[in-house]
Design a protein around this ligand. Structure first.
Ligand code: ADP
Ligand code: GN1
Ligand code: MG
Length: 368
């Protein structure tokens, strides 16, 4: 039994069915602590996802959960309308006994979701069909959220994908060099600086109105889609903490960053890290088939740039965290964030080398 937290007492604060059985660490997220909670009800085990919200990052948990309550209610209504199963096709918040969507013991903040049974999340693309299905799921999600009133949501992490702001944070980390690590990564620092022209690419177009600001997911990794074990279909988009104003190009791009890598995000052996163009095309075709005509021509033209930018930005964030002493992303070995940063930079190089082909595929109307 995991004894990091007083799980039986925490579980008792929520309206879960049955008696507490166990609670174990679960999943591979970098920020939130996720646990598999099991309760026994009527002789049967019932599973839940219990999460400790990272309060250091999500300063205002009330606002974070307000966003998630609204988005899950909106998704639920749409699933019910089309006759789907809301318990599997959207996240279901299990409320605390006081009616709130979270519980705090004064120090930590917790929430519970119903466990989506009979479906799996993947850390890498085992089969292009899963990746295609994740593209359809995220495309549908974008299409659905096109009908959601953005003004209802709080921007819980301001400037989350503002690459210009991320670059300034990076420069500050280099300058401060609080851990004395700068010397070891001069090559990587120079690489980031030499690509700084990328930073304004989509931010500037959002600012001048040529790319619309929408309600987006902002963390569209493959492991944030539940794939049905029987049908292979992407049944639900999870991990809604970062649903905020953003760009469709970012959401598309972050999926490509994570899924079109031939190796793991933290692979230390760079000779294994390659950008898979075929998987890019697979994702593109699934995404465009589902997103419908809410996507504008300008957004479509910028889908490949979204991929380059999200990968550049993510690598820069990993390197920033390495310089700052690994305070943001969870690490499990020395140099972990540096390994992650290097894979991202390698992917950017390879994406830029085939950028014309990426663009041609995005603009192609018939052949996908
Ligand atoms: P993180 O922000 O740490 O990635 P997630 O909300 O994505 O947190 O949860 C981590 C993992 O837990 C997911 O990749 C998925 O495998 C699992 N998970 C999360 N929510 C559910 C759920 N409702 N049902 C089943 N599994 C879930
Ligand atoms: C974090 O928690 P997780 O693993 O879903 C991060 C994303 C990064 C990602 C890199 C809130 O996501 O922005 O792209 O790691 N989430 C936050 O894998 O910072
Ligand atoms: Mg996740």
């Amino acid at each position: 039994m995991n004894t990091e937290f007083a799980f039986p007492e925490i579980a008792a604060k929520f309206t879960i069915d049955g008696e507490f059985v166990s609670c174990e660490r679960y999943g591979e997220g970098h920020i939130i602590d996720t646990f598999l909670l099991t309760a026994r009800c009527g002789g049967k085990d019932v599973r839940y996802i219990l999460q400790r919200i990272n309060h250091r990052l999500f300063r205002d948990v009330e606002k974070l959960m307000h966003n998630i309550e609204l988005v899950t209610a909106f998704c639920r209504a749409s699933v019910e309308k089309r006759g789907g199963d809301p318990m599997r096709e959207c996240l279901t918040i299990i409320p605390a006994k006081d009616g709130k969507s979270y519980y705090t013991d004064g120090k930590d903040f917790f929430r519970i979701y119903a466990f989506i049974e009979g479906a799996t999340t993947y850390q890498s693309v085992r089969d292009p069909r899963d990746f295609y299905e994740s593209a359809v799921a995220f495309g549908n999600f974008a299409n659905l959220l096109a009908g959601f009133d953005a003004s209802q949501l709080y921007e819980v992490l301001p400037d989350f994908h503002n690459t210009k702001v991320r670059y300034q944070n990076f420069l500050r980390a280099v300058e401060k060099d609080v851990c004395g690590r700068k010397q070891k990564v001069e090559k990587e620092i120079a690489w980031v600086e030499s690509h700084r022209d990328l930073c304004g690419k989509i931010v500037d177009e959002i600012a001048d109105g040529s790319i619309p600001l929408r309600v987006t997911h902002n963390d569209t990794k493959l492991n944030n889609v539940m794939i049905d074990d029987k049908t292979g279909r992407g049944i639900s988009v999870i991990d809604l903490d970062t649903v905020m104003p953003g760009s469709l190009c970012y959401d598309f791009g972050d999926s490509i960053r994570f899924g079109c890598n031939s190796a793991a995000e933290d692979e230390p052996d760079l000779s294994k890290v390659h950008f898979c163009f075929d998987l890019y095309k697979t994702y593109l075709s699934g995404y465009l088939s589902a997103v419908g005509n809410c996507i504008t021509d300008e957004e479509r033209r910028n889908l490949p740039m979204g991929a380059v930018l999200m990968t550049y930005e993510c690598g820069m964030r990993f390197l920033t965290d390495y310089l700052e002493g690994d305070v943001y992303f969870r690490t499990s070995r020395p140099g972990h964030n540096l390994d992650r940063a290097r894979t991202q930079f390698r992917l950017v190089d390879e994406m830029l080398a085939c950028y014309d082909r990426m663009l041609a595929a995005a603009e192609e109307r018939d052949e996908l």
